[in-house]
Every structure is written in structure tokens, then in C-alpha cells.
Design a protein around this ligand. Structure first.
Ligand SMILES: Cc1cc2nc3c(=O)[nH]c(=O)nc-3n(C[C@H](O)[C@H](O)[C@H](O)COP(=O)(O)O)c2cc1C
Length: 410
């Protein structure tokens, strides 16, 4: 008999926050913001569905701290208190059913889709891999003052999220966005106090955490999503990731979510992952196991989990405390409840493929296919698990123009 470990509650170290079970709905950028980058009815609908779907903790898609620095065209932005009512409605929808709702907050740095911004900022002016340069604008290095302004922005967004009724925040330090760029020796080549040793590269994240903590107080949960590794030559390594996580635990971060990869190496969606790892279901399981041998930091492990037995095994083996799930919940918003009730086995969530290698190797198709499912839920329509990946791609090209898919001519 498969003892249902995923349904056990989980108390954070602050002793004031208990998640009703071990399932975390991981962040998925909704791409549904209304004019002015505010949440509206489609986002309320989506989060109501997820709150009813059974997860103990729902993490929002990344909310940007600066409207001048969007990752994608329809990102939500929270940078001042002017329209806080819309965020209150979002929080109300997503905290039903005793669900914790944490806002993921982010700055994309140079990982900004071309067409969204003419110029992007980064720790250093280092270009992406040539194959990816057609997707992203050129970037320039941030000044010291700009770095400090961004740290303050994270704190402001977190404070506003708390005021709106979100029950926690998660700092997005994974997947190649600005904080992840600061952590990476490949992308951060600064020779001031923000670059060089891993302790210096960590300073940006540490100061963001401390600025947020000062604003929100000791009892408000702050999580961090971080890469196990960037999987890039001369990138952020597993050893460096372990160092950063241990430091985060020491300074009081409440929950660490483990992922991996960047747009250049999209391991977070299972690309480039070894077959032996895929057999074990979760892409970063081995890393989590190693980490847990050294520390008792509260962990969410995300990426690849699909079966209740795989999830329960990871929990029972002590590799993680919670299970992060993203894509299954975009197709079945009640996936957590189906897991608890033993009804998820009948569902298969297959990789999204067109059969064209060049396209299928990138994470872009996965992102657009799943975003289209979120869009349907937002419009009050049923999801389409059988939706053709090729049609999804065609729709994306028609909607966003061909720019992103074309070779850069200059
Ligand atoms: C459409 C889509 C949007 C995503 N947006 C975000 C995001 O805003 N922030 C984030 O940390 N991860 C984001 N992710 C990554 C997921 O949180 C998760 O790490 C990844 O999908 C692996 O988990 P899964 O195998 O359960 O899907 C996104 C994934 C998808 C498919």
C-alpha cells in the first residue's frame, strides 16, 4: 500500500506557517496581465482553480519589480501601491481552501525576449550563446546605483504583496534571470564587490533577501528558487549552489526551491537531462539528496515529478520536504487532488514535440504550449490536453510575429 506522504502537512522553521500538504504548484508565468500590467479576471479565475485544486502552496508566475524591465510582453508588474485592489482580488482568489499563495518576484536582467525591450541590463555586458542571440537584445552592465535601486524594488514589491494579502513571496534566483546572472561566473564578470568570488556574486541575492526581510518582518515567509546548476561551461556549479543554499538557510530563508538550467540550457523542463536521471523522474533528485545529507534546509524539489509513487519515494527517502509541480497543473488544475485520491495515474503528460529537432531542443515550444493552456483556463474554457504542438507553434508565430524565430541579419 502506497502510504500517502504527499498529503502530510509541512511546518516551516518559523513555526507560524504550516502548509496543509507537500504539494507546491510551481511558478508559471501566466502571460495574462491586462493593460497596465495588472492582474484581472483571467488571473483571478486561474488562481481560484488552482486554490481549489488542492496544492498546499501555490506560487504565482513571476511578477516583475520594474515595468521598464519585462521578461515577456504580458507580465504582471507590482512596483507601487496605486492599483493594489487588483492584487487584493488576486490574493483572495488564490488563498481560498486554506491555500498558501506566494508571489514570485523577479527581474529578468538580460533574459528579455526581443521586441519587449531595446536594451537589457545585466551584471556585465556578456552576450548569450550565438545561437540564442537572435532572441535577446544587447545588454549593458548595471551601475552600482542601479544595482541598489533594483534591490530596493524587490523589497517594495514584497511589501506590497504582503499588504495585498499574499501569504509569502518567492525570490526568483533561478533559470538565468538577473539574480541567476549575478550568481554565474560566466555572466557576472564584475571586478567590484558584486563579482569575483562566489561570496561576492551571492551578495546581490543576500541583500535582496535582507531588504525584503526588513520590510515584511520575521513571520512572513520568504522563499528562494535557485538552480542546482546552470549546466553551462564556466557557469554556476553544484558546489556554488550548495554554498549559496547553506548561506540562505543560515540567514533565515524559509523555503528553497530547487530547479536548474537557463534559456541557454533549459534543463528545468527536462531538456539535456540524462536518460538515467529521467528514469528517476525528478531531474534534480540526485542534487537534492546530496544537499539533504549536508543540511536540513527546507526544500521543494521541482522538475519532472509525475507519479504519486515517485513523489512519495522522494519524500520518504528524505531527498526533499515538498514536491513542486508546474506543467501537470497547467493541464489539470486539480492535479494535486487527483494525486491525493489516487486518480492521477491515468493521466500522461508527454513532452511537447513537433518532430523538428531544432525547435524541439528549445524550451520555447513547451512554454508556449503550456501558456496556451493557461490562457484557456483564464478565459473560462476547458484545457486541451491533445492540442497539437505544431498548431501551438503556428499560433505563437502568428500572434507574436516572426521576429523571435528569424535569424538576426546584422
Ligand atoms: C509555461 C511555463 C511558464 C513558466 N514560468 C516560470 C516562472 O515564471 N518562474 C519560474 O520559476 N519557473 C517557471 N517555469 C518553470 C516551472 O516552474 C518548473 O520549474 C518547470 O516547468 C519544471 O517543473 P514541471 O516538470 O513540474 O513542469 C515555467 C514553466 C512553464 C511550462
Amino acid at each position: 500500500m502506497d502510504e500517502c506522504t504527499i498529503s502530510q502537512p509541512f511546518q516551516l522553521k518559523n513555526k507560524r506557517t504550516t502548509l496543509k500538504n507537500r504539494i507546491v504548484k510551481s511558478a508559471m508565468s501566466e502571460g495574462l496581465a491586462a493593460k497596465n500590467h495588472l492582474p484581472d479576471i483571467s488571473i483571478f479565475r486561474l488562481y481560484e482553480a488552482w486554490a481549489k485544486g488542492g496544492a498546499g502552496l501555490v506560487i504565482t508566475g513571476n511578477v516583475m519589480v520594474d515595468r521598464r524591465a519585462l521578461g515577456e510582453p504580458r507580465n504582471v508588474v507590482l512596483e507601487d501601491g496605486e492599483h493594489l485592489d487588483s492584487f487584493k482580488r488576486w490574493a483572495e482568489a488564490g488563498t481560498q481552501n486554506d491555500t498558501h499563495l506566494w508571489m514570485q518576484i523577479n527581474h529578468p536582467g538580460k533574459q528579455v525576449i526581443k521586441g519587449v525591450a531595446k536594451e537589457a541590463v545585466a551584471p556585465s555586458a556578456v552576450n548569450f550563446d550565438p545561437k540564442l542571440q537572435r532572441f535577446f537584445p544587447k545588454s549593458r552592465a548595471l551601475t552600482q546605483n542601479e544595482i541598489k535601486e533594483i534591490i530596493d524594488r524587490f523589497a517594495t514589491t514584497a511589501k506590497l504583496a504582503q499588504r495585498a494579502g499574499f501569504t509569502g513571496v518567492q525570490i526568483h534566483a533561478a533559470h538565468g534571470y538577473l539574480i541567476s546572472q549575478f550568481l554565474s561566473p560566466r555572466h557576472n564578470q564584475r571586478d567590484d564587490e558584486w563579482g569575483g568570488s562566489i561570496a561576492n556574486r551571492f551578495k546581490f541575492l543576500r541583500e535582496i533577501y535582507q531588504a525584503i526581510r526588513t520590510e515584511v518582518g520575521e513571520d512572513f515567509p520568504i522563499g528562494v528558487k535557485i538552480n542546482s546548476s546552470d549546466f553551462m561551461k564556466a557557469g554556476f556549479s553544484e558546489e556554488e549552489s550548495q554554498f549559496v543554499i547553506q548561506e540562505l538557510d543560515r540567514i533565515g530563508v524559509d523555503l528553497i526551491e530547487i530547479s536548474g538550467g537557463t534559456y541557454e540550457k533549459p534543463n528545468m523542463t527536462g531538456k539535456n537531462v540524462k536518460p538515467s536521471t529521467l528514469e528517476r523522474e525528478a531531474y534534480f533528485l540526485e542534487y537534492a539528496e546530496q544537499l539533504k545529507q549536508k543540511t536540513d534546509v527546507p526544500l521543494v524539489l521541482t522538475g519532472g515529478f509525475r507519479t504519486r509513487s515517485g513523489m512519495n519515494r522522494a519524500l520518504r527517502d528524505g531527498a526533499t520536504d515538498c514536491i513542486g509541480l508546474a506543467r501537470p497543473t497547467a493541464v489539470y488544475t486539480d492535479y494535486p487532488n487527483r494525486l491525493f485520491q489516487g486518480r492521477a495515474g491515468a493521466i500522461s503528460i508527454s513532452p511537447i514535440k513537433t518532430g523538428v529537432g531544432l525547435i524541439d531542443d528549445k524550451a520555447l515550444l513547451e512554454l508556449t504550449w503550456y501558456s496556451q493552456q493557461l490562457d484557456r483556463i483564464g478565459r473560462g474554457k476547458p484545457t486541451k490536453p491533445e492540442f497539437s504542438p505544431l498548431l501551438s507553434l503556428i499560433l505563437t508565430v502568428v500572434k507574436n510575429g516572426r521576429d523571435v524565430f528569424q535569424k538576426r541579419r546584422e
